[in-house]
Design a binder for this molecule. Structure first.
Ligand SMILES: CC(=O)SCCNC(=O)CCNC(=O)[C@H](O)C(C)(C)COP(=O)(O)OP(=O)(O)OC[C@H]1O[C@@H](n2cnc3c(N)ncnc32)[C@H](O)[C@@H]1OP(=O)(O)O
Ligand SMILES: CC(=O)C(=O)O
Length: 525
């Protein structure tokens, strides 16, 4: 079963045909470099006959560290009224100066007569002509049989003739494309088996679109049925609903079916690759994405957590580390004691499952969640909650009072914000005021100013993110708010949360947790 599968990535071509997906030339080069390190065999860089950016890519890639034998340029067969020598698209392909060219030709008689408006015979000539012309000039020509499955269903005899024209032209691989993405897995298998009877063991590839949500399944089944060359994109980007997602295809083929795709060390970079492409494309990470999503191995239900603590296999289909991901446990009102025990272990606390305080803590967590607290992203607040409940937290200060003034002195001036805090450290009372560019900033400044005399290490703390979420929008300005704060020092980053109807109070809770966590970790961790 360890047949080597050729991986052909078209993120930089078909991927950019997706709505909202664009990469600059330097980004395309960086992605190509990353994909090569990851073990992709071919990277389709773009369509040089299409636009200046793609032409520039093929110039830029020659100055990068990517070996050119891994780069393919994409284009169509020659136009009906042109010879290969005169066809701008073929000439642009050759000028790209790469040793691998991929061209797509028509399989479906509907497309030949309706889109190209030529005869079926003429289309066969165009396919043969183009493939043999290019094959004389470059090392490798892949033939993408566009709409292969729809074409086969409409006119199987003609569809096979188009493949044979490409074989006669000398194509190195016949890539069967499910261009409209609506082929069902059973149909796909049946058609591949029929094609094999016609072309023997000629190398076959697959290029599946995802319109029926079957692109990954179709690609994996195609491989099981003898296909050796797999096309797809990182995160499944592509025209309309996308292409076969290589972030799922590769681990499925390698870990489930035992095919050889990339090395096990390269597979560990899968999550990183997925993120990298999103980052460069300024695209949001899909947390629920199989294998690579943040939630792919995140357990929320108490029943699940209880079982994975005994054996991770109970609710995990693979070991997350194999694809560079990790197991996570979420806290919510669906948690059981097992979630708390797991989390506590993360913080270095061993809790006895029979400890009475655990039941109280679980109850407290559920009540807090019900009030709007959420500890996902605010793990420092949760650690403080556990430590306080288990009696392993030491207080560093007591707040006695605070006051925040937000005063608009004239219509033209911005409001003036000032905060005063009174707190006790040991036996000493500190009473301090500070200003800020808004009420929360003033409160933050006042708290730090009051405490820095006692705890100079607070000077290293910076707030790097402050998010406010309205939890009950229907209540208008009376709404309940949740504030999430992310803080950083020279070593760590931590998140804290506060919930209240008063946004200053919610911010205060999150700020105090942030300071308490910093003082605790510096003193005890
Ligand atoms: C299935 C796929 O995803 S294939 C890739 C699709 N990707 C893209 O289309 C992105 C890049 N495309 C482009 O930049 C432009 O469409 C170009 C430069 C290729 C062509 O632009 P234009 O010459 O203005 O043509 P236009 O885009 O309007 O129409 C496409 C032409 O290609 C022809 N064509 C389509 N497929 C083929 C083919 N396999 N072989 C030859 N000609 C083809 C069409 O018949 C049409 O020609 P016509 O205008 O004479 O009818
Ligand atoms: C070639 C290609 O992108 C397709 O047929 O979908």
């Amino acid at each position: 079963m360890s047949r080597k599968i050729t991986l052909y990535d078209t993120t930089l071509r078909d991927g950019t045909q997706a709505e909202d997906v664009n990469f600059t030339v330097p980004d395309k080069v960086r992605i190509a470099e990353k994909l090569i390190d990851f073990g992709i065999d071919y990277i389709e860089g773009g369509w040089p006959g299409s636009n200046p950016r793609d032409i520039e890519f093929f110039q830029a890639i020659k100055k990068s560290k990517v070996p050119l034998e891994h780069i393919a340029a994409f284009g169509s067969t020659r136009r009906a009224k042109k010879s290969c020598d005169d066809d701008e698209i073929l000439q642009a392909l050759l000028q790209a100066g790469v040793p691998t060219l991929t061209i797509f030709g028509k399989t479906w008689d509907l497309h030949v007569t309706e889109a190209l408006k030529i005869s079926l015979e003429q289309n066969l000539e165009i396919i043969y002509d183009t493939v043999q012309y290019l094959k004389k000039r470059v090392d490798t020509v892949f033939y993408d049989a566009e709409h292969f499955f729809d074409g086969y269903k409409a006119n199987s005899e003609y569809a096979i003739k188009t493949l044979k024209a490409a074989i006669e032209g000398g194509a190195d691989c016949l890539v069967l494309c499910d261009t409209n993405g609506g082929t069902m897995p059973d149909e796909l298998v049946e058609i591949i088996e029929a094609v094999k009877k016609e072309v023997g063991d000629y190398p076959l590839g697959i290029h599946s679109h995802n319109d029926g949500d079957c692109a990954v399944a179709n690609t994996c089944l195609a491989v099981k049925h003898g296909i050796v060359h797999v096309q797809g994109t990182i995160n499944g980007y592509g025209e309309r609903c996308g292409n076969a997602n290589l972030c799922s295809v590769i681990p499925n083929l390698q870990l489930k079916y035992g095919y050889e795709c990339v090395s096990s060390d390269q597979l560990k970079k899968l999550k990183e690759i997925s993120r990298f492409v999103n980052e460069l494309g300024n695209l949001k990470h899909n947390i629920h994405q199989p294998y690579v999503g943040r939630s792919a191995f995140a357990h929320k239900g108490g029943v699940h957590v209880s079982a994975i603590l005994k054996n991770p296999k109970t609710y995990e289909h693979i070991k997350p580390e194999l694809v560079g991901n990790k197991q996570r446990v979420l806290l919510s009102d669906l948690s059981g004691k097992s979630n708390l025990i797991y989390k506590a272990k993360d913080f270095g606390l061993d809790i006895d499952p029979k400890d009475e305080r655990l039941t109280q803590l679980l109850q407290q967590l559920k009540e807090l969640e019900n009030k709007g607290f959420q500890y996902e992203g605010a793990e420092a607040s949760f650690e403080l909650l556990i430590r306080k409940a288990m009696g392993t937290f030491q207080k560093f200060f007591d707040l006695l009072s605070f006051r925040v003034i937000d005063e608009k002195r004239s219509a033209l001036e911005p409001p003036f914000a000032e905060a005063t805090v009174m707190l006790r450290v040991g036996g000493e009372i500190e009473h301090t005021a500070a200003i800020g560019n808004g009420p929360v900033n003033a409160l933050d400044n006042a708290l730090r100013k009051a405490l820095e005399r006692f705890y100079p290490n607070l000077k290293t703390v910076r707030l790097v993110d402050y998010k406010v979420r309205i939890l009950t929008g229907k209540d208008g300005t009376k709404a309940l708010t949740r504030v999430l704060i992310e803080s950083k020092d020279d070593k760590d980053t931590w998140g804290t949360v506060g919930v209240a109807h008063n946004i200053i109070d919610a911010s205060y809770q999150a700020l105090v947790d942030s300071i308490e966590y910093k003082l605790f970790k510096d003193a005890y961790k």
